[in-house]
Design a protein around this ligand. Structure first.
Ligand SMILES: [Zn+2]
Length: 408
């Protein structure tokens, strides 16, 4: 039985009663109405097809898995969970990842994280995801002596994705991988090595490069050459940007680089904001992450409001920034993508049609390759055909939802 119907008929009985103006009855009706609306919105955001473009593999760890791995290593996992109402500083948020990395120490763990994340995305109604991760040299298991190679790390992630894809029946989440350069830990030559690594896996699902890590450390200029080279070889680029105040020169240099996407952009000067809007570069926006790492004073003042414009027609869309609602670290912040959509709808008063267009428009910002006639090899041709088919499947899932959802 449909919950919504049951509550509506219950409301009808209350409203028709002899004492319908009684404050108590009125309060009950209001409460039931509000419960009904919120249940309906929860169902909507869960069933809405969603595209996740900014999720870190380690930060998306299941809490139950984190607790299990932590217990096996004698670590207190509570330090890696940031969902208290008290905002943390960005530096404290980065401490969390040290705890996670101390728990996730083997290639077995990495494969487990990848397969579990794929199932969690599927359960949350995500239809396509680009997961990012910073490759680390890890042993195969706790018993193994030698640290593996970075290639083995990427293999472990892809194995996790493949396990999900083989096991799952019916509609599946389309999965692609982005490799991250850590600006706080990597040198310019490390960055070049990660680009080489990404290129070795380019025909197996690695679609792009990311620059992330503690934004108070490292210099953009050190990493730009590696990212330029990645781009020349067909990899797409996304940059964590504007995460802290006082980095306007860096933001200006990143804007001049013109990446394929930006992440966050919380602190951007007026002149850079104008350039950012002009650039047409899509932005990955992560509301809960920004709130809990103290990058926005409240959800109401989140910079989603600076970038979002509701558009219906294709012509208008060309003029507006694509806002990609994302989670960043759903395990750390305890907020799946459906919850991020719920927060956006609630905070910025988006109706269901607007949220649908917001979700579907994210497809324009993916790193899936576009059909071209001049691909040099059969391997890249095959990749192009697979990506094209995946894009059609995603569009079909949006169309099916649009046809079957009972719009208000
Ligand atoms: Zn991030």
């Amino acid at each position: 039985m449909n919950v919504d119907v049951t509550i509506s008929s219950h409301m009808g009985k209350l409203a028709a009663g002899p004492d319908r103006k009684s404050p108590t009855r009125f309060a009950v009706v209001m409460a039931v109405t509000s419960t009904s609306k919120s249940a309906r919105r929860d169902e909507f955001v869960h069933r809405l097809p969603k595209i996740e473009l900014h999720a870190h593999l380690n930060g998306s760890i299941r809490r139950s898995t984190l607790c299990e791995l932590a217990a096996a290593r004698g670590i207190d996992a509570a330090a890696a969970m940031l969902d208290s109402p008290t905002p943390q500083t960005l530096s404290e948020a980065f401490d969390v990842f040290r705890v996670i990395h101390a728990c996730v120490t083997t290639l077995q763990d990495i494969e487990r994280l990848a397969v579990e994340l794929a199932y969690d995305l599927d359960d949350d109604g995500v239809v396509y995801a680009e997961i990012r991760t910073t490759p680390r040299a890890l042993p195969a298991s706790l018993a193994a002596q030698d640290a593996g190679t970075l290639d083995e790390y990427v293999e472990a992630v892809l194995r996790g994705f493949e396990r999900y894809t083989c096991e799952q029946m019916g509609d599946k989440v389309g999965l692609r991988l982005i490799l991250s350069i850590d600006r706080a830990k990597h040198t310019a030559s490390d960055a070049q090595a990660i680009v080489d690594l990404a290129l070795r896996f380019q025909t197996r699902g690695v679609v792009g490069m990311d620059l992330s890590g503690d934004p108070t450390k490292g210099e953009w200029a050190n990493f730009e050459p590696a990212l330029q080279r990645a781009r020349l070889h067909g990899l797409k680029i996304t940059l964590h940007a504007g995460e802290v105040r006082g980095r306007d020169d860096e933001m200006a240099a990143m804007l001049a680089f013109h990446p394929d996407r930006f992440g966050h952009c919380c602190f951007v000067s007026a002149s850079n904001l104008a350039l950012l809007k002009q650039s047409g570069v899509p932005i990955e926006l992560c509301l809960t992450s920004n709130l809990l790492s103290n990058s926005t004073p409240s959800l109401e003042r989140h910079h989603f409001r600076d970038h979002y414009t509701h558009v219906d027609s294709h012509a208008e869309q060309e003029e507006c920034t694509v806002c990609c609602i994302s989670t960043d670290d759903s395990g750390v912040f305890n907020s799946p993508l459906s919850n991020e959509f719920r927060l956006v709808m609630q905070t910025f008063a988006l109706d269901q049609q607007q949220a649908f267009h917001l979700a579907r428009r994210t497809l324009q910002a993916t790193f899936l390759t576009r059909p071209r006639l001049d691909f040099p090899s059969e391997a890249t041709n095959q990749l192009m055909r697979e990506d094209d088919q995946l894009r059609r499947n995603i569009l079909a899932r949006f169309a099916a939802f649009h046809q079957t959802w009972r719009w208000n």
